[in-house]
Design a protein around this ligand. Structure first.
Ligand code: PMP
Length: 454
């Protein structure tokens, strides 16, 4: 094997600068790598990791070996490592509120720790008090009537995405995925053997997919649409009539809708969140609603989410969960129930801070030469275009993609942003404004110093 590796590396040296698709040593692993010649003659690390990835194919299953690491977490990790090494890094990567979980939620958890009932296994699908709280919250916040039998509690919203797609998809199914998309969606689609059919949207269309686009992409294999409003990464919020139109189109063609409502309370200005199955009740039999406490109650680390859907899908997901994670941590479930049963004051405070920051961000980003940033309508992300910046030379380094731009900005300005490639949107970048106002101003100011002001 090592002889083969040496041979392969020398072949790669001769092909530097090209894209290569190859099959390494009969492992059956096909690897697509970008080759970068380095001034010292060595091979760029992404080539080596490409080879390592292909060679590990007989050790790691192809299914899991094909999963890309989360790009958003990668940026955050790199920024944290630089901070730990003493560098003054400002991170716009994090997808989590910079606020503490409300006290009354923490107190409920402390009490729950002392209750021996919570020291034991509990029902796979969730504690009855949390399920009841989700039922009440769904009616209060979006007018959605839910039977507790039609929901399960999961280990965060991410786990709800995974469970739901595993329960719904067969190999060969196609899933309509508007881009820019949250970086996590395509991976569980692929793990289920299904294919993501990416439907590009852009700033001109408000980053919202249209029924015409959906219809043009529909085939006999189309099983589902993944819909998210407010959106990560663009912050787009769909207006009522567009949600209705998409819901009715889905009903007409028997397409499932997986609707992710995790940012429902983070909308600004005139934007209003609407739940698709409330606007289009006929969709209920082919609709799964995903949600969680992470963003609304600043509870990212507690890991509580849920999925609401038709009974057969929820049962299937529960069976899957019974063999993977079993019940979600009881303490976290009690805390989540306290959060949902409590007031929405904490999220109102966060919303007003985010609202202030999104305006600052919008103004300051648009002042940077070559950057165009629409005003965020929801969630806590700015999603500016850097298309006019790509192609320039910055700090003596040529920048040919937003991945390279993000690296240059991190190295030179010590500012971490997530390149649009992570969301299927090269040319853009995501900047979370879930950080303090001073850091935000400092960070965008450093980018302006590096890239120039318009
Ligand atoms: N959906 C979207 C659109 C998200 O952005 C996130 C978090 N980044 C989640 C779901 C999952 O959140 P969690 O797993 O922390 O509950």
């Amino acid at each position: 094997m090592s002889g083969m590796l040496t041979r392969t590396l020398s072949q790669l040296h001769g092909r530097c600068g090209a894209y290569l698709t190859t099959n390494f040593g009969g492992t059956g692993g096909v690897c697509v790598v970008t080759l970068h010649p380095l001034p010292n003659g060595s091979i760029a690390t992404d080539v080596v990791s490409g080879i390592e990835r292909a060679m590990s194919m007989d050790r790691i299953s192809r299914r899991v070996g094909a999963i890309a690491p989360s790009a958003t977490l990668a940026v955050t990790t790199k920024a944290k490592a630089m901070k730990a090494a003493g560098e003054n890094v400002i991170g716009f990567g994090a997808g989590e509120p910079d606020f503490a979980t409300p006290d009354y939620v923490v107190e409920a958890a402390v009490e729950a720790c002392r209750d021996p009932r919570n020291h034991k296994y509990s029902a796979v699908g969730g504690l009855p008090e949390l399920k009841n709280a989700i039922v009440a919250k769904s009616m209060r916040d979006s007018g959605l009537e839910v039977d507790p039998a039609n929901l399960i509690v999961t280990n965060g919203g991410k786990h709800a995405v995974y469970n739901c797609l595993q329960a719904l998809l067969n190999p060969g199914d196609e899933v309509l995925l508007p881009s820019p998309y949250w970086t996590t969606y395509p991976e569980p689609v692929a793990l289920a053997g299904a294919t993501s059919v990416v439907l590009p949207t852009d700033a001109a269309s408000g980053f919202r997919v249209t029924v015409d686009q959906l219809e043009a992409a529909r085939t006999p294999h189309t099983k589902a649409l993944i819909f998210v409003s407010p959106s990560n990464p663009t912050g787009a919020v769909y207006p009522r009539d567009e949600i209705e139109a998409i819901g009715r189109w889905a009903v007409e063609h028997g397409v499932w809708v997986v609707t992710d409502e995790i940012y429902e309370h983070l909308v600004y200005g005139d934007s209003v969140h609407h739940s698709m199955p409330v606007l289009v009740p006929e969709l209920a039999d082919r609709c799964v609603v995903l949600n969680g406490v992470a963003k609304t109650y600043a509870m990212t680390g507690w890991r509580v989410g849920w999925m609401i859907g038709p009974n057969d899908v929820v049962k299937a997901a529960s069976n899957l969960q019974s063999h993977s994670t079993s019940n979600v941590n009881n303490i976290a479930q009690v805390a989540a129930a306290a959060a949902l049963d409590g007031p929405l004051d904490a999220v109102a405070q966060m919303r007003s801070a985010f609202d202030r920051r999104r305006r600052i961000m919008h103004r300051m980003l648009n002042e940077i030469s070559g950057v165009v940033c629409p005003e965020t309508q929801g969630a806590f992300y700015a999603f500016p275009s850097f298309e006019a910046v790509v192609g320039r030379e910055i700090a003596g380094r040529s920048v040919s993609s937003t991945v390279e731009l993000a690296t240059v900005i991190l190295d030179e300005a010590k500012v971490a942003i997530v390149p649009g490639e992570a969301f299927g949107a090269p040319g853009y970048a995501r900047l979370s404004f879930a950080l303090g106002d001073d850091d935000l101003v400092d960070g965008v100011g450093r980018m302006a110093d590096l890239l120039g002001r318009s």
